[in-house]
Design a protein around this ligand. Sequence first.
Ligand SMILES: [Zn+2]
Length: 306
Amino acid sequence: MVRAVERAHEIGATALQVFADNPTAWRRRSQPPKELPAFRQRLTELDIGPLAIHASYLVNLAGPDEDFFAKSVAVLAHELRVAPAFGARFVNVHVGSHRGSGPGAGTRRVAEGIALVLSEVDAGPEAALLVLENSAGSGAGLGTTVEELAAILDAAAARGVDTARLAFCLDTAHAWAAGYRISEPAETDALLDAFDRQIGLKRLVMIHLNDSRAKLGSKVDRHEHIAAGEIGAPGLAHILTQPRLATVTYYLETPGMEDGFDAINIARCHALAAGAPLPELPPERAGGPGHGRGGRAGRDAGSSPG
Ligand SMILES: [Zn+2]
């Protein structure tokens, strides 16, 4: 974990998103990792933050299955309880899937889940925000549109949830897959206008800045290297340099993090923000969509973290 902070610093990152535990298991360790104090110290020394914890992928608050719902509430509450020990300001979670029960039932279910989770977690000054992330829309995914996200916020408020503990994350690859044409600056502006009207931009605290391998409106969640996918450089640059988003933190969930691509994608973000030429991707990844993909990157993109 300490190495992760140092690596973030080395590649020019100023924020970090981590898993607090195994992201594909229900079981949570009973004791916090021993290196947490050193981890937090390094975050402070290298001025890396805000730290986000990405909740387990298994969590689904929107579905009708009682057992799955109860496990999801327990795991998400656990992530929020351990967040202060990590020094995390955000716990990011996918809105989930209504599993065919319909958006209305799914929305009520998510609101019920949020209320239960937050009732199990202290709301002290160290408490992390529960950050809901928009969905790409595959598999009865809920929270694909601003309207659906706003409905969840309203339903949670109606249940008496302190909405100061809730915030939102916009994943650009998910928004693209859900049908928002954010390759066009005007469409991004319209999306942000709608978000501001219905939810409030002050509640948007995280952006998962990912390009997309999947087509607009495809409801397929396939992340791509920055400015190497369907959204492209002008659209991502517009999002990255939005004055209205100056207090939002951007996190990458691009492919090949373990293979050195994170450094390249960070460099490409800095170039996009500065209006400078993009550092090139290695040849096997530089062709753009449909130009022959390496198997290695396919593995990463295929299991995209969302
Ligand atoms: Zn994401």
